[in-house]
Ligand binder design. Sequence first.
Ligand SMILES: C[S@@+](CC[C@H](N)C(=O)[O-])C[C@H]1O[C@@H](n2cnc3c(N)ncnc32)[C@H](O)[C@@H]1O
Length: 325
Amino acid sequence: MTAYLPAYYPHLPSPAATDFSSPQDRSMLRGVLERVRRSRSSSTVVSDVDEASRSLQLLHIAHTAVLNPTHSQLIDQHLASVHQAGRRSSVLDVGCGTGTWAINLANTQPYADVIGVDWDWSWFTPSQSVHGNLDFQTIDVSAALPFHPSYFDLIHVKCLLPSLPGYAGLIERLAACLRPGGMLILVESEVGYSSDQPMSPSMRTWNACIREAMAGKGIDSGLATDLVGFIGSRGVFSSAVYHHTATIRGASGGQGDVESLACAGRLHPDLIAVILDRQLAELVRFGYGHTELWPHKEAVRHELSHPYSPVRQRIFAAYATKVGP
Ligand SMILES: C[S@@+](CC[C@H](N)C(=O)[O-])C[C@H]1O[C@@H](n2cnc3c(N)ncnc32)[C@H](O)[C@@H]1O
């Protein structure tokens, strides 16, 4: 699989190529398409939802840039081994968000049948599916999953931990849906930011608030940094878990536009600002005072945007093979 930029100008998925599972899904998708079409054709300011969707896409591009080529090679090799055995493969993308990973995979792997699931399609970015091997389903993954046991050859979960209490339970359910020999890929960002040097009081405050807010929602924010130990403790995966830690940093020397920086695995100051504003809104929803947090958010923004800042966000990826039944 080659990493490439998703189409920013949405094409309607061809009805023959993209099969949405239920009438509700189809009506939801029509709403999303209509909203995207309106926002693209009008000269009005892009809405918060469009901005959130775009920042999710840019983050995805940055994640792919820092994880590749290994990430794509492991996926390619695994799917090739299934296809060489003479059958199509089944792939699940859990919490697919913009749908970009699922769409790219379906378009680059004609012998893979790809399903993207999510419960909220606000960020979905329609794009052309060329092989008719892509489906999207509306599913709350915190509950029982509607898939047969041992069905999927590959399951991909990226950046779901911060929004999902009960992540461990989900991984148990996903493991049951994976074939023996199937591959589970977990990609999660470090919660907050880290550095090899002492961090500023504002950065430490920001990290502490984010972690406390997550703990308040019942999310174990430390889990991202120990994906391998976590997978090992499930008891159904091979002990040889391939894992990879990559780093996302702010723009180097302020050079480049938002997209080209994302392609280089770096975040433009504008994208950092959008991400921090979203985090601030979440923290205020959790109960922190906007006025108290605002100066910390601004200090963190300056620090992350500084070309020589030692502060970064780590991305952890783990690739595990199911050995149990
Ligand atoms: C941060 S986004 C990540 C999207 C995508 N995986 C990526 O890396 O770009 C998290 C996604 O998980 C979805 N999500 C969170 N909780 C969910 C649940 N209980 N069931 C289904 N999807 C969920 C959200 O709607 C959102 O689209």
